[in-house]
Design a protein around this ligand. Structure first.
Ligand SMILES: C[C@](O)(C(=O)O)[C@H](CC(=O)O)C(=O)O
Length: 531
């Protein structure tokens, strides 16, 4: 193998230049705080500089979102995995969402509930498919326009087909190197922004009776750092791919470990000496008892509380105030909580967070809106946009979350998901409040809003309705309800007027080019070869 034809001095000079270029690029996005230096990243890069469409799309989305922020408006988009749907979204949406839940239903060999159990490269592959289709539409539109004289072009369609794609990176699918590989694949697929959350791998659960588990704050931050590092390593401008820090802590029931003191305030412990829950459940299972009933009874018998509530239950009002005051000056760990409480109350508080651990080892967790705020604030410097995914749209919590984060980061941009099973009525929204919800969210800085699973609810409904009609009325029903309105819609739903929606003119252009025909307009005279 030949050696690289470069002297040590040249190598060092090129390296120093790259370090400077990286530093300059980073200075353009001062909201990002990296735990590593430009030198470290430069050394991790390839010797061939590479650039990615993902970076162009990331910058485009960044500009769109900041323009919304300045105007107090928002982008409203929805989830799909289908290039045909994406082609129409270009007319009304600025961005496209590729949802993990949808990919898990329609892009895998074995569909299933949104438990993030599909292969790690499923969503990047769908993004690649969608982005390639956007490029194809962009190409056919450009070719079509260029074969028309300038004088006619103003009348021709000119959509921005390259709507930036936002995609679901779930929790990164494994250890840090898996997360990096996923981020790499996303950048290569043309994504503009990915979101990464703080759920424990393999523990994303939405079904009844199975609590969700989050990872410690430190593990979540490491995931985000791994993605940021991968973006930075990938080469020229690739740092412009955006990272959306999603936080799934709302209503999570467990945390996988208590290694990070920042989480200790919210961990539940038994305040009475009881048998460990997992032993009680194992015994109950052996004799066929109803585990849900046994679990509830155990919880009641254990006096489950957070450490601070356990202190509160035994302290006078003044003692508790002193405890909180001392705590605000100390490290938030359970050890320092115990030390302060025993000083203030002159006794030890019985609190054992080992007893409620599940049979796979998670700790019981009782997060509040404050917990989500703290995590989002810790994560913000590593990403560009923040999303607190909540189980239900509780307006009071939504306002509190966004307002508190903005107190620390006044220009923070937020995302919001109109999650599939939200019951707005139950959450207290009147009809008029729902009508202005997107605008009210925009005022809080929520500039990117998504209905993530439209394809599931929307396409299911349309398909069911059309299937029934077609079975009952045959082609007459199709002509009346599909073909006639589709052809009458302006702009047409299938591309250019008088032309095939499959872009037949683009295929013709390839044949004509190979045949050496001039098919691009030079001036204003019409091209006789125009189709
Ligand atoms: C956004 C989401 O992660 C998705 O996969 O689309 C889901 C969507 C949903 O449940 O409606 C989510 O966790 O919100």
């Amino acid at each position: 193998m030949p050696k690289l034809a470069i002297s040590v001095e040249q190598e060092q000079a090129a390296f120093e230049e790259e370090v400077k270029a990286i530093e300059k690029q980073w200075s353009e996005r001062p909201h990002l705080k990296r735990p590593y230096t430009a030198r470290t990243i430069a050394a991790l890069r390839n010797t061939i500089p590479q650039s990615y469409a993902s970076s162009v799309q990331g910058r485009k989305l960044w500009n769109q979102l900041n323009a919304h922020n300045a105007a107090g408006t928002c982008e409203l988009t929805f989830g799909t995995t289908d290039p045909v749907v994406v082609s129409q979204m270009a007319k009304h949406q600025q961005s496209v969402y590729v949802s993990g839940a949808l990919c898990g239903f329609s892009e895998v060999s074995f569909p299933g509930m949104d438990a993030c159990d599909y292969p790690w490269d499923t969503v990047p592959k769908v993004v690649k498919k969608v982005f390639s289709s956007q490029l194809w539409h962009d190409q056919r539109q450009r070719q079509y326009r260029m074969r028309h004289p300038v004088s006619e072009r103003a009348e021709l369609e000119n959509w921005d087909y390259l709507a930036p794609i936002v995609a679901d990176g779930d929790m990164g699918f494994g250890n840090l190197t898996s997360t990096m590989k996923m981020a790499k694949e996303f950048v290569e697929s043309g994504v503009a922004m990915i979101h990464l959350d703080d759920l424990a791998i393999g523990m994303k659960k939405f079904t009844v009776g199975q609590g969700r588990t989050v990872v410690p704050t430190s593990e979540y931050l490491d995931r985000l750092k791994a993605v940021r590092m991968q973006f930075d390593v990938m080469g020229v401008n690739s740092a412009d791919t955006l990272l959306l820090c999603r936080c799934d802590i709302d209503h999570s029931e467990f945390i996988s470990s208590v290694v990070d003191a920042r989480d200790h305030e919210y961990v539940l412990g038994a305040t009475r000496q009881v048998r460990p829950l997992k032993d009680v459940l194992a015994d109950a299972q052996a004799v066929g008892e109803d585990l849900k009933v046994v679990r509830s009874a155990w919880k009641a018998s254990a006096g489950l509380l957070t450490y601070d509530d356990a202190v509160k239950a035994q302290a006078s009002e003044d003692q508790f105030k002193t405890y909180k005051l001392e705590l605000s000056k100390a490290n938030p760990s359970i050890a320092s909580r115990r030390e302060i409480a025993s000083k203030v109350l002159s006794k030890d508080i019985f609190f054992d967070w080992e007893l409620p651990r599940s049979y796979v080892g998670q700790y019981m967790f009782a997060p509040t809106v404050k917990t989500i705020i703290e995590r989002a604030i810790a994560a913000a410097p590593l990403g560009d946009v923040t999303w607190a995914r909540m189980d239900s749209p509780v307006w009071k919590d939504i306002v509190e979350f966004h307002t508190e984060v903005r107190k620390v980061f006044p220009d923070r941009l937020f995302a919001f998901g109109y999650t599939g099973d939200y019951d707005y009525g139950k959450a207290g929204f009147s009809e008029s409040a729902i009508k202005t919800l997107h605008l009210d969210l925009a005022k809080l800085g929520v500039v990117w809003q998504v209905q993530p699973i439209w394809s599931l609810q929307g396409l299911n409904l349309l398909t069911e309705q059309f299937g029934k009609l077609f079975a009952e009325e045959g082609i007459a029903g199709y002509i009346r309800t599909v073909q006639t309105p589709a052809l009458a819609t302006k702009p047409m739903t299938d591309g250019f007027e008088k032309l095939s929606y499959c872009g037949g003119y683009l295929a013709d252009a390839f044949f004509e080019t190979v045949a050496g025909e001039e098919i691009v307009e030079k001036g204003s005279a019409p091209n006789t070869k125009r189709h």
